[in-house]
Design a protein around this ligand. Structure first.
Ligand code: ATP
Ligand code: MG
Length: 456
């Protein structure tokens, strides 16, 4: 769904920096968009607006995706009707947003977002005023040309007109889609300063669409990357999910690294990856992301908690190793590392507690896999986070095989019946291999195991 396009910071748009418009209509027989591929509800909205005498266009990501023969997630409509006029046309319509008024036309679970053409407000009223709780000036409505140039990338500024089924292009977006190129509209630096999240969108959409980022659009990113740290943490969290849980996590991560955004977004992980000379942590991370992509492709569920456990694992390992090097006892060091990494990360990305708590459990459970004591084994198997923690344990094999025996044990433990497991644990205990039967051996094992995990 289209997000209201915010103007951030206090930099007004410099009209000189905007491109010369080259309006163009690509007729129906010269593009691939067919009404068959458009949601029937979106078509209903377009036709109703048109019948009432308004301009009605499909716009943004949906047009871009249809030109690429992808299936759009949502269909956004742009029109010259005001939100009030839209409301009068649809019974199932509600107006949302104060700063940017939008109309939502609701069909069961599908919402068609209808936005009135807007011009970029040039008074610099930005998020700060919104955060201070004051209502910034209302929408500045504009022409379709105004609406096109306030959008971010040329590929996102195409309009499919229901009146003649042509694609309207004011900024060269049609060619850029054919050439699979991300190009910012206007002066890249100015546009990134207005809204630093556009840097992330450049990387995310390039990864999703398999586009390249045109050189002038890419060049300012590493320089301006620190500005991303000032973006709203809740917005960054949403972007992270779109980047990593939508089937293109690996190219997204590589893009963040390549364009120098990782150090702003995940500072502790970036530092840990730099200091991990063997590259083992990075390999594990990429393998985990590849598995996430495979799950998305197979329509299997993916969880933000597991994702963040993975993305922040290098940070956790490094912090834990640092605390232990200062002589802190293992269990206390683990708890402190968990808290420290989480608290530091949420300053940039607002990771909600319902995800950060299970993320922390996944980490803390890792040290419990070395136990073979019957009661503890059964308690861990019944733990609500067991499966995620076990999957994480298996993934850690990519970085280190120090716990290969644990993976083997827990793989079998899950497969065997409770009675069989119980019997084998008792047999092991009787044979003297159980850790509780040999406290000295257990202590030795633990001391070796934990720093090894931390140093992975
Ligand atoms: P996705 O496939 O992830 O939905 P999208 O391009 O549709 O990609 P949305 O966030 O749904 O992304 O935004 C819809 C449209 O709103 C974009 O295509 C673009 O035209 C405009 N837009 C979104 N974010 C911005 C931004 N930060 N600055 C300018 N225009 C934006
Ligand atoms: Mg969209």
């Amino acid at each position: 769904m289209a997000r209201p396009v915010p103007v951030h910071g206090s930099t007004p748009i410099d009209p000189q920096a905007l491109p010369l418009l080259a309006p163009r209509a690509i007729p129906r027989d010269q593009h691939t968009i067919s009404r068959r591929d458009i949601s029937p509800n979106a078509l209903r909205v377009l036709y109703r607006l048109r019948e009432a005498g308004f301009g009605a266009y499909l716009v943004g990501g949906a047009v871009r995706d249809l030109l690429l023969e992808l299936h759009p997630k949502d269909f956004d409509v742009a029109t010259d009707a005001t939100p009030e006029q839209v409301r009068q046309l649809f019974r199932n319509c509600r107006l949302i947003g104060r700063r940017f008024r939008l109309a939502h036309v609701v069909y069961g679970r599908e919402i068609i977002e209808v936005a009135t053409f807007r011009a970029n407000s040039d008074d610099g009223s930005g998020d700060r005023e919104l955060e201070d709780g004051r209502l910034v000036r209302d929408n500045v409505y504009g022409s379709i040309e105004d609406d096109a140039v306030r959008r971010d990338f040329t590929c996102n500024a195409l309009y499919y007109a229901i009146e003649d089924f042509s694609v309207r292009d004011y900024v060269g977006g049609f060619e850029d889609v054919q050439a699979r190129t991300m190009r910012l509209i206007g002066d890249p630096e100015t546009r990134y300063r207005e809204d630093p999240v556009r840097m992330l969108r450049a990387v995310r959409l390039a990864a999703k669409l398999d586009f390249s980022i045109e050189p002038a659009t890419a060049a300012p990113i590493p320089v301006l990357a620190p500005l991303l740290g000032e973006a709203a943490p809740a917005r960054l969290f949403e972007e992270m999910l779109k980047m990593f849980l939508a089937g293109h996590a690996v190219p997204s991560f590589e893009g963040l690294e390549r364009h120098g955004l990782l150090a702003t977004l995940l500072p502790d992980t970036a530092a840990a990856l730099r200091s991990n000379r063997s590259g083992a942590l990075r390999r594990m991370l990429l393998q985990g992301l590849a598995q996430t992509d495979a799950r998305v492709a197979a329509d299997e569920p993916v969880s933000p908690a597991f994702l963040f456990a993975l993305l922040l694992w290098p940070a956790y390992c490094r912090t834990l190793a640092g605390l232990q090097a200062q002589g802190m006892p293992v269990e206390e060091a683990q708890r402190r590392a968990v808290d420290r990494v989480t608290l530091h990360q949420v300053q940039t990305i607002a990771l909600p507690k319902r995800f950060s708590l299970p993320m922390q459990e996944i980490w803390l459970l890792q040290s419990r896999f070395s136990s073979r004591q019957r009661k503890r084994v059964f308690r861990l198997l019944a733990h609500p986070r067991f499966r995620a923690a076990y999957d994480f344990l298996v993934l850690r094999l990519v970085a280190s095989d120090a716990h290969a025996a644990d993976v083997e044990f827990w793989t079998q433990a899950q497969a065997s019946s409770g009675d069989a497991l119980s019997a084998s644990l008792e047999a092991a205990s009787a044979a003297g291999t159980d850790e509780d039967a040999e406290p000295a051996a257990r202590r030795r094992r633990r001391r070796r195991r934990l720093p090894a995990a931390a140093a992975e």
